[in-house]
Design a protein. Structure first.
Length: 222
């Protein structure tokens, strides 16, 4: 049994189901360019920063465009995404997410957000959970995309915690790799068949109560 002092959370797919809106917006980009994305492609785009995600989409279609056109396509995708999420409410948080964050904080466990999304602060505000994080590291603070560990290392640093004190909650393969590259344990949120590199996999934060039985225990240090 190991005791951890800090919990670092990805946003999309862990706290709120925005992944579906990201993918829908990329599908329109592909359609505009004359090809389509397969359902399996969604996994490749999770956790990856906006411009890197665009490059993945272009690669799938075998399409090459100028730097200016890349900027335009990314801006257009973001406008569609922002429009889609502009009406989200606290009710749309994934089951158990709010409750788990509150229970960790009640026990004095440090919490940080580590998301590649530049839209993260706006989403936290709309979900009314900004106050549940001691530190917020988003795509505008750190530009290196997961699987680069920078976003989580910056989160740990902001909390004053060592990587070995942190547990990362992630739904993306790239995010689990980022946690490991940073020397942190990774709890996968999703399917064990997909998140094969995670240390433990649970279906969602509603099931986080089972982590202590799997050797992951938090201690307060606030
Ligand atoms: C998250 C999502 C990715 C998305 C990235 C950038 O990590 O999982 O699918 O590409 O954020 O999001 P943004 O809102 O900045 O375009
Ligand atoms: Mg995610």
């Amino acid at each position: 049994m190991t005791d951890y002092r800090a919990a670092l959370f990805d946003l999309d797919g862990v706290i709120v189901d925005t992944a579906v809106h990201h993918f829908a917006a990329w599908r329109q980009t592909a359609a505009e360019l004359g090809f389509s994305l397969a359902d399996e492609d969604e996994e490749l785009l999770k956790g990856v920063g906006r411009m890197d995600a665009l490059r993945i989409v272009l690669g799938i279609g075998g399409v090459e465009v100028s730097e200016d056109e890349q900027q335009r396509l990314a801006a257009e995708k973001n406008a569609r995404y922002v429009e889609a999420i502009s009406t989200i409410t606290p009710d749309e948080m994934l089951p158990g997410a709010r409750e788990y964050l509150v229970s960790l904080r009640d026990r004095g466990v440090l919490t940080a957000l580590g998301s590649a999304s530049r839209n993260a602060p706006m989403i936290l505000q709309r979900l009314e959970i900004t106050d549940l994080f001691d530190a917020i590291i988003d795509g505008s603070v750190v530009s290196e995309a997961k699987p680069n560990p920078r976003v989580f290392l910056a989160g740990a640093e902001a909390l004053g915690a060592a990587p070995a004190d942190c547990v990362v909650f992630e739904d993306a393969i790239a995010g689990i790799q980022a946690a490991h590259a940073g020397g942190m344990i990774a709890v996968g949120i999703g399917e064990p068949e997909v998140l094969t590199e995670a240390d433990v996999v649970i279906p969602g934060l509603h099931a986080a109560g089972s982590l202590s039985a799997q050797g992951i225990e938090f201690v307060g240090s606030r």
